[in-house]
Design a protein around this ligand. Sequence first.
Ligand code: AGP
Length: 612
Amino acid sequence: MCGIVGYIGHRQAYPVIIKGLKRLEYRGYDSSGVALIDEGKLKVYKKKGKVAELEDEVVDKNLSSHIGIGHTRWATHGEPSDRNAHPHVSNSGEFAMIHNGIIENYVPIKNDLLKKGYTFKSDTDTEVLLNFIEDIKKNNNSTLEEALRIALKRIVGAYCILLIDQNDPDTIIAARKGSPLVIGIGKGEHFLASDASPIIEYTKEVVYVNDYEIAIVKADELVLKNLGNEKQTPFITKLDMELAAIEKGGYDHFMLKEINEQPDTIFDCLRGRLIAHTGQINLSGIENNLDILINAQRIVMVACGTSWHAGLVAEYLFEELCRIPVEVEYASEFRYRNPIINKGDIIIAISQSGETADTLVALENAKEKGAFIFGVVNAVGSSIARLSNAGAYTHSGPEIGVASTKAFTGQLAVLSMIALKIAKAKGTITDGRYMELLKELEAIPEKVREILLDTTNIQRIAEKYKDATDFLFLGRGYNFPVALEGALKLKEVSYIHAEGYPAAEMKHGPIALVDENLPVVFVATKDRYYEKIVSNVQEIKARKGKVIAVATMSDTVIPTMADDTMFVPDADEVIAPLLSVVPLQLLSYYVGVAKGFDVDKPRNLAKSVTVE
Ligand code: AGP
């Protein structure tokens, strides 16, 4: 997910663009850049880091121009760097382009362009698309717009692009498919952006460009066409949201936005990797190191917080599917314990930010002892990603809310694919079970969407229990780590003391806590422990505890026993954590909001703990 801004009109373009990029930094912030046209010449400035770094970069530059495009990046192809930052410039030096999205078939296109003598300064798919357009224009002797149209019909993937030509300083060409584009209509000026936040201070009249549309934008004219070159009527709407709400996509908080993004972010994580109908899992980081992985004597998951909970789920997954012993370590303990690392040990590092100090140092120590490190990271090009011998990104997009939600389910999706791929290669899973689990995993995005369709019941439960002073979260098997995650979410955003525990352990002491004031959340989706967890629910009810259950929609028993139930679609137990965590994310969010707290920035916390 990246931020895109364009301007053409009577104002100086740069101030509009740089201010707009700052408004879009929540969409990505690992590098940024701007392209302007002045006296028939392209001027491109770009820099790794936040938009403020770009501002420093251009402080003494002549930025005069009435046309420009700007970009703030969340890396997907090519790690964060000056050369991978957008805008990119074509080989001829005439065209500049910015892009939000993923071109899935860029490799064969790049190989063909290389054979034709094209050179590339970056590792990005964007630069490939730009030179593909240039090549088509040259070969067909066509206009830039026509060349773009032809190129867009041949690529596979998602895009929002802005394209400028130094020989035509009065026009910005834009196109979108799958990534958002809004055009603000001003008097003698137009604004283009990924959402309305860079636009709203100038105009409230906007056009939301549709998929497969191309916009030819001049200071005083906007023409929309489809890929068949047929003119479309722009539908002008009036913005009725305030700036703050727009940045959050219309949600009240980033946390709620990111919970609701999960159908799409899990889909993005699986896209191009999980091909369920052919039984393929494409993970180059695994394929290139398969021998090491299938001969691993032990896997050590190293992480903190929510990522540590993902490691606990992976322990069940890898031991059951791959039959490899797994240990899950808090990075903060692992780094000081002088752990034993043997040859044949694999360390899987799990981290959303890729910058968590405890995890980073734990990995550095382990690497010195000869460990092979596989990173499951969200932030492309982050320290942990670069330290790892290999890895797989979760592609969850920037996670702004301090309480991790979509990154957790992204981690589970990647870890599930890794476990399945290794199990298949090792022959520790039957073909039937393998194909069954691929189909289960493929169905997860829509099942998460089903949970999110109606959250009124969860809001009611949150309101009912928001004044409790303590919570217990209980689960068994794959749902035990989910119980821990639910407890952490509630602690983080509502400041209520909550504890996760294996349900069967209650009788060894903690059940003494139970009385009529204690809400006990059971993560109780249908699995091999189901009858046991029904008994555990009865134990709590017998002591007047209030039971809140996360149950499978087909369950007819637990909902009759629980005081309140949050339902999730049926799913195989090894995949179920991707579903059972979602009601717990929502419960913690609504309790925190009901208590009037800033759930995006809870007290005492930081998004990335880069200190000890
Ligand atoms: C989770 O909601 C917290 N924000 C925190 O526990 C977080 O998971 C932990 O600090 C690890 O961060 P990382 O995934 O970026 O390494």
